[in-house]
Design a protein around this ligand. Sequence first.
Ligand code: NAD
Ligand code: UDP
Length: 331
Amino acid sequence: MKVLVTGGLGFIGSHTVVELLEENNDVIIVDNLYNSKIEVLGKLETISGNSIKFYQYDLLDKEKLDEIFAENEIDSVIHFAGYKAVGESVREPLMYYTNNLISTLNLLEVMKKYNVKKIVFSSSATVYGEQESPKYVETMKRGETASPYGTTKAMIEKMLEDLYASDNSWNITILRYFNPVGAHKSGLIGEEPNGIPNNLMPYVMKVAAGKLEQLSIFGNDYPTPDGTGVRDYIHVVDLAKGHVKALQNSPDGLNVYNLGSGKGVSVLELVTTFERVNELKVNYKIVDRRPGDLPEYYADPTKALKELDWKTEKTLEDICKDTWNYQKNNI
Ligand code: NAD
Ligand code: UDP
C-alpha cells in the first residue's frame, strides 16, 4: 500500500514510518519541519534500510499538497501533522485553529479530488474531557475540551463524521491516543521537545540528564492510590503499530479506537520506575496541582483488540529504559 504520512518526521509519525516500512508499505512523508528536524529522515532511512520520498511542504499550501497527489498513486493517508502543545494553544488559539483545522480541510479536499478516501487521523483522549468513570470507552460522548488544542481535535472528529455522513465510501479511522512516551530501541529517534517540556516524561528525562534541576510533581492530594495524577502511558512503538493495524484491519466506515494500555500509572510510579530501571535519581518536589489537570484517566482498549487485533506489548519498564537510552544517545 502507498501511504502518505503527514507530519511523518515528528515523534509519533517517525515511529509509524518505521513500522509501515517493516510491513512493506510504500511511504511518502510530508512535513514542514515546524516541529521536527530533517536529520530524522536520514535516521529513518538508516533504521529501515529504505530510501524514503519526502516533501518539505506545508499542508496550509493546498497547491503543493495537490502536487503530491498528482505525482503519486496514494492509497491512504495517516494524518499526524498539527500543533500539539496544550499551553501554547491557550496563548495562541488562532494559530492552533488555523494550522490544525485548515491543514486538515486542505488535505480532505485534495484527497476527495483524487478519490483517495482512506484516512487514519491522530486524535487524543483529551476529546473525552471529564467523564464519570476514569476508564474511557469509545461509546462515551465527547466531553468539554480543556484547551483550544483539544477543541481542534474534537472539531476535526466532527468534520470527519460529517464527511462520512455525506459519502459513506470514505474509510475513516479516528485513533484516540492516551499518553505517548518512549522511543525507538535504536536510540536514533524519539521525542525532542523544544525548550522546557510541559509533559511529564520529557521533563523526567531532562532532569535525569542534568539539563533541568528538579521535576515538579503537580499535586499529591488527588483521590488516587498515592495522591499523584494517574494516566495511561503508551510506548510510541506500540502506538505506531496501532496505525499499521488500523490501515490493515479497520472495518469499512468510520471507526473510533482508543490506543492505550488500559492501565493507569501514577506520576510517582512512573518516576520511581524510571529511577529503578535506569539506576539513577530523579530530583523532584511536590508542588500545587496544575490547573485543568484531571485526577485520573486511562483507556479501555477492548475495541482495538477486538476489531484491529492490536494491544500494547511494551511495559512501563520498557518505556523508561527506551526513553533513557534515547536521551543518552542524544546528550
Ligand atoms: P510532533 O509535533 O512531533 O509531530 C507533528 C509533525 O507535524 C511535526 O513534524 C511538524 O513539523 C509537522 N507539522 C505541523 N504542522 C504542519 C503543517 N501545517 N504542514 C506540514 N507539517 C506540519 O507531534 P507528535 O507527538 O508526533 O503528534 C502527532 C499527532 O498526534 C499530532 O496531531 C498530535 O496532536 C497528536 N497527538 C499527540 C499526542 C502526544 O502526546 N504526543 C497525544 C495525542 C495526540
Ligand atoms: N505532571 C507533573 N509534572 C510535570 C508534568 C506533568 O506532575 O512537570 C503530571 C500531570 O499533572 C499529569 C501527568 O503528569 O498528572 C501527565 O501530564 P502530561 O502533561 O505529561 O500529560 P497530560 O495527561 O496532562 O496531557
